[in-house]
Ligand binder design. Sequence first.
Ligand code: NFE
Length: 509
Amino acid sequence: MTREEDHAMATIVLDPVTRIEGHLRVETRWDGPRLAEARVAGEMFRGFEAILRGRDALDAPVITQRICGVCPVSHAVASCRALEQALGIRVPPNGRLLRSLVLGANFLQSHLLHFYHLSILDFVDVAAVLEADSSNSAVRALQAWVEAEVRSNRVLPAAPFLPQWPAGLPPEARWAGRALGHYLKALEVRQAAHRMAARFGGRVPHTATLVPGGATAGVDPLAVEGFRSELASVRGFVEEVYLPDALELAARFPRLADQGVGPDQYLTFGAFEEADGRLWLPAGVWTGDRLDPLDPGRITEETAHSRYRGADRARPLAGETEPAPEKPGAYSWLKAPRYEGRPVEVGPLARLRVAAASGLPEVKEAGERWLAPAGLRLSDLSGVTGRHLARALEAWMLIRRMETWLDRLDLAGPTVGPYEPTASGEGAGLVEAPRGALGHWVRVRDLRIETYQCIVPSTWNFSPRDGRGRPGPVEAALEGLEPPQGEPRGLAVARVVRSFDPCIACAVH
Ligand code: NFE
């Protein structure tokens, strides 16, 4: 990071942004105390879309999962759905439910990863803790707990651990101890979520059972009950630790509720197939105060400031991925997806907004149980702490829904149907990944991939400017940021950036 804060028009560059997935550069220009202009850039080219060209179509779910180790299940599901549409493949109810359960387990581990392992250290002043802890007692308590945990090698206790910190520590030190203790505990809880995904996915992170037509896993009662028991453990952690911590974060940093607000336009493709093929989380586009149905025909990808030649403002299937590293005016390896030509925010906040406006009962329950006692409403969630809360609320709603999917599995029913794929066709697989709307578009000829294009959540959020000069959602969320005196500007920027949960490996794909 270079800092030139003495100048009236200072420039601060975070490169690379740490504690995220992939390689992200954020360049900010400041007008006095105010962030005037931001440019976010993906710094590497990968080329999955080019790799896929000419391959056996049915290999796409295997290959596209390798786009990412954090959200591979979403890529598998998007790819399977695109091929099912292109090749006329049908999915039995068990196949849909198994996919939703594996995807749900992946969402849970991803949300916990983001909150505890990638973000919470932005809100903990470890130096202050060490200073306040002159007798070293808090640090010793944490150390003793870690050692006991390692020795015990236990499965999750019914009541997750909350450290008993010595009396007399200042609140900042207690919060830090709590955050660090839960950082460690969350590693164990994520293991449980990974094991859940592996029960029906065969293995993680890259699953082996998700195929066009469903899942090749069997629905045996032991796997179902094992999944249910670990889901109960994760639920305990989410209810007793994750949601209280996300609420505590919001209470400790009230200023961050309104910082980092995006373009106030939200999009979701909807996700989680029910047994009958409907989606549990609805699709939609939320603009200011209006919910519109999603029209995938309004999606384009722009490349004016992206390091690609050709196909600007192309519809997904007409997109091209021809690298042009030296292109004048280009500053990112991300393309710029737009909906009706506008930048939109995707992710948990978008899903929550659209689900609330669509009347999903779980959202109302989540608001009443978790937000109302803290004096918050769903409509208050829009900035940095709102995004963290949206993820935690979604984890809670999702766990409850996953319990019903387990109940609906038919132990005697097929999980994948026999099929004869047609040789040629076009399809779109629209799903949600933990970080937001994910689409795979495919054109198949004679069972070979002719064209494959992905538009990925972090591509939406971290997109560069488009041909009209409109900033991408994260750029828009940063512009206007005005941290109070004493708060390091780099930290203020990082908090906004990380609240979107960037995965730039996915974004450039
Ligand atoms: Ni690489 Fe992903 C998710 C997808 S990225 S983590 O969630 O798709 O934005």
